[in-house]
Design a protein around this ligand. Sequence first.
Ligand code: FAD
Length: 420
Amino acid sequence: MRRDIIVIGGGAGGLAAALSAKEDKKDVLLIEREDRLGGILNQCIHNGFGLEVFKEEYTGPEYAEIYINKFHDAHIDFLLNTTVISLEKVEDEFILYTSSLAEGIQKYTAKAVVITTGCYERTRGSIIIPGDRPKGVITAGSAQRYLNIDGYMIGKKVFILGSGDIGLIMARRMYLEGAEVLGVAELMPYSNGLTRNIVQCLNDYDIPLFLSHTVTEIKADAENRLSQITIQQVDDHFQPIPGSKKRFDVDTLLLSIGLIPDIVLLDSLPVEYDPLTKSVKINQSCETTIPGLFIAGNSLQVHDLVDNVSKESERAGHHAAEYVSRKKTDGRTIKVLPGENVSYVSPQYIDFSWGNSEIICSLRSKQKIEKAALNVIQDGKTIVRKRLMYVVPAEMETFRLDIEDLDADSDILVSLEVLS
Ligand SMILES: Cc1cc2nc3c(=O)[nH]c(=O)nc-3n(C[C@H](O)[C@H](O)[C@H](O)COP(=O)(O)OP(=O)(O)OC[C@H]3O[C@@H](n4cnc5c(N)ncnc54)[C@H](O)[C@@H]3O)c2cc1C
């Protein structure tokens, strides 16, 4: 029950983190609450996974299988059907309690912990849509699971609210399964999904995308099943415009209105929260403000590409292993701050005691920018300037810093300049 490193969550992130920590000769245990490894990848049966890591295009389950095979080959210990229900730190040790039907409540201790618990979907309650509360209004990810894993066809006439990737992919999936997909409404004047998903999931099947629109009413039939929705165009302040109502007779409304990092396990720890990512702040080693507690994948920041989840989590695993072996040293810490047009930047801190020479940073833009320049400025000096084409909030951008170029006394500002 005493381990060097415990990895919580067995999706793409957890598998990569456990593999790299094991590669560094550490005693690793991975704990997963579902009955199989792979996480969300298991329900993503479309292709589009692995182009960066493998230079090949795989489906989600195929991508997962590659990592699961490596994981088994490395003989890493793991528990399935086991949920970590609490996490605390007492002196230098983490204490975890788990719950499973087979073993009941168990206690584990670890020198370091990697959180790779993924994210959860926003539901109807978080956006307040007036009207009835019938059956047939469900989140797109739940619908994907019912259809792709459990084999249930969840509706015949479908509308989708929100143009995030899950919504777009489910529009195509429902169409291919024979449902009539009447449209996708998006509150923003641009889509929140990857461009390739707009083309391949909507345009190719003539499914209309209503930008700057939202659902303003939901109606149920006598059996309390969804029967009709109303959508309306919104103005610049997201207020419905009178006279713009359109009604659709549907039996299913899928909600693809955002993903939130799942960090509920950190509630009992005095960790520094980042309201911009809705997760926690980290340094360049994916370490939170609690020494020895690492985080990666969708529980750190919601990723659009699994390749970035694998790479980030691999780094978290290596650093967790380094933490277990190294002597504690004190070093200076500076902040990495989001500037103009940047909604968040990660890591939020650079800790010079880690000394990693290459630092991988990621950010998201606040708005769509056709031509942009990414500027990284420290103490009035530009240390990175990179030109970017077609920057959208849906797609994460990355850049690198070299610790040798940084001054340990002043913070860094990252901004996106709009170029004409
Ligand atoms: C619909 C959809 C389509 C996508 N399409 C693409 C695509 O085309 N191309 C691409 O590259 N990427 C795509 N992605 C993104 C990518 O697949 C994900 O970002 C990535 O798989 C997330 O990995 P993760 O390990 O962070 O999270 P997850 O896969 O969600 O894994 C988290 C795991 O933690 C477990 N867990 C949570 N809490 C606990 C606990 N307390 N105790 C034990 N276990 C716990 C969960 O059961 C889960 O298995 C898509 C994602 C979605 C949802």
